[in-house]
Design a protein around this ligand. Sequence first.
Ligand code: HEC
Ligand code: HEC
Ligand code: HEC
Ligand code: HEC
Ligand code: HEC
Ligand code: HEC
Ligand code: HEC
Length: 383
Amino acid sequence: MYSRQLFVCGLIISCIIILSQCIGRKVETDIRGEQYAVATSCATCHKSIWDTYLASAHNNTSGLASISNVSGSFLPPDNVFHYSNGSKVTMEQRDSGLFQGTYRFDITIGSGRKAQTYLYWKEGKYFQLPVSYFVPARQWANSPGFPATHPKFDRLIPGTCFGCHSSMVALKEVKMEKLHIAEEFERNKMVFGIDCQRCHGPAAEHVQFHTEHPEEKDGRYMVRVRALGNQQQLDMCAICHSGLKTPQKAPFGFRPGDALSDYFYPDLSRPVKATEMDVHGNQYQLLSASECFIKSKGIMNCSTCHDPHTNERSNMQVFSRRCMNCHRSVEHKNTAVLTENCIDCHMPALPSSAITLLTKGQASPTPDSVRTHLIAIYTRLSQ
Ligand code: HEC
Ligand code: HEC
Ligand code: HEC
Ligand code: HEC
Ligand code: HEC
Ligand code: HEC
Ligand code: HEC
């Protein structure tokens, strides 16, 4: 409990600091302040990156809810979720918007890769709706951790969610209510998705310089990611891909080159053995416990396999080629081993214990399955 309060406290204090820096500015082009360019301004000069980025999970991980980004069905009979006490919740599209019972779908969280959850707004707060969408089952499902007996509409969503699923959320006020910290948000004032500047840092000067100097071919006023150290490149992703930790400052202020350890306290509670770690969200820890990572001695980072601007989901051939950049001639005892898919054997999808969803007609929840980043010989591990 203590560490959780510390967690929320740290986040809130840093949000206040960030917000206080914004007060008093008149012309605001981006809610993050004048150091930031308008999020869409990168498209003019970086068109090919922009075009592929639009389809990425990062771009689509949050948004104002609309019929085009809510994955679940609003058509009967698929639009109903039943509870064990006989009550039900119906998903409806009306002229005034999308509704779950009498509550409005205001914000969508999740690109719909595996699951999507929804928030509604009430008096300065965001609440999670009880029914989520579970992609593998193509069904509405009970939101993770919600009771299966009856719908529950009072689960508050903390700012931490937005820290990983958006590029900024505007906080109006943070106060203590009895022993709780109450955050009050500004309605729908958010930079949705993980945008270019969330990873690359503020770019107003960069945009202004290159707009005024179209002949300049070298990127100016911009951190060169490839020139950073390997650990710094890893930390750029680990800020969101190393699970829940206790924050020291709001993650929104993270810039390329910053150290993860300046934003979070070291996590002493996590399991020491990688095989005991939950696969969900821990890509950084799992990768760094892999033989590939350890033995390749400081040259491996997330970009070794992932193009951060392109959706390459499920393209096993592309990923396998990246394995073969290092493992040019792998020798397997079983010579029938496929070369187009190294992934299913050495990075299998494993059930998450953190995220489980209950769908219609099921007795127990189905775990979300996540691709483990502990690259290993799994037949050996299970022996
Ligand atoms: C007016 C044109 C222009 C705009 C607008 C612009 N850039 Fe650039 N940017 C450039 C040029 C020119 C380069 C250098 C050539 C290259 O790497 O593409 C560059 C390079 C970069 C680099 C690579 C730096 C390096 O050396 O590795 C990043 C990252 C970058 N821009 C991010 C952004 C982001 C984020 C935005 C939007 C907020 C943006 N740019 C908007 C012109 C622009
Ligand atoms: C600000 C937080 C944040 C940062 C920084 C971040 N990610 Fe993510 N990433 C997410 C979230 C949230 C998702 C889940 C998106 C979804 O499906 O809704 C995600 C999803 C992904 C996926 C799955 C994509 C897919 O299509 O299945 C990959 C791969 C990934 N991130 C790699 C990276 C890499 C590499 C970096 C660093 C260069 C990085 N991420 C930085 C938050 C972040
Ligand atoms: C999830 C984090 C993330 C997001 C979001 C992101 N980038 Fe990048 N970007 C990176 C990383 C990491 C590299 C270095 C890649 C490498 O080492 O190959 C990079 C490299 C670049 C480069 C220089 C190298 C190149 O590939 O030309 C440019 C330009 C760039 N990004 C622009 C953008 C623009 C424009 C956007 C928004 C459309 C964007 N980035 C969104 C992480 C990100
Ligand atoms: C520390 C960063 C972090 C925080 C905090 C966080 N998430 Fe996530 N979330 C992720 C990442 C990374 C992924 C995707 C990769 C994975 O599954 O490991 C993800 C995946 C998801 C997905 C599935 C997306 C898809 O398209 O399949 C949903 C839904 C989601 N998160 C909702 C939430 C909600 C609601 C909260 C707040 C209560 C929250 N997350 C807090 C990082 C975070
Ligand atoms: C940056 C280079 C690099 C990349 C990329 C890479 N590996 Fe490795 N991997 C290594 C090194 C170095 C070792 C140590 C053993 C060796 O020298 O062959 C290793 C070891 C392994 C092992 C043996 C693990 C054990 O526990 O004994 C497996 C299996 C493996 N890699 C599979 C993969 C797969 C699958 C991919 C792609 C998803 C991949 N590797 C990508 C460098 C790499
Ligand atoms: C050795 C190659 C390799 C490296 C290095 C690597 N990944 Fe992956 N990653 C993969 C493969 C392969 C997949 C599976 C792709 C798929 O199923 O679409 C994947 C999937 C993911 C997913 C989606 C998880 C899911 O269950 O859908 C996320 C998020 C992700 N990677 C983040 C990262 C981050 C963050 C790093 C750096 C800490 C990283 N990856 C480093 C190969 C790699
Ligand atoms: C059908 C499952 C399967 C596939 C597909 C597969 N592997 Fe393996 N791999 C194994 C098993 C099992 C072992 C350990 C026993 C052996 O050597 O056959 C292994 C061993 C390895 C090793 C360690 C070899 C050593 O000398 O210790 C590496 C590296 C490796 N695989 C890389 C790859 C790469 C790269 C690919 C894709 C080109 C790949 N594997 C495809 C199952 C697979």
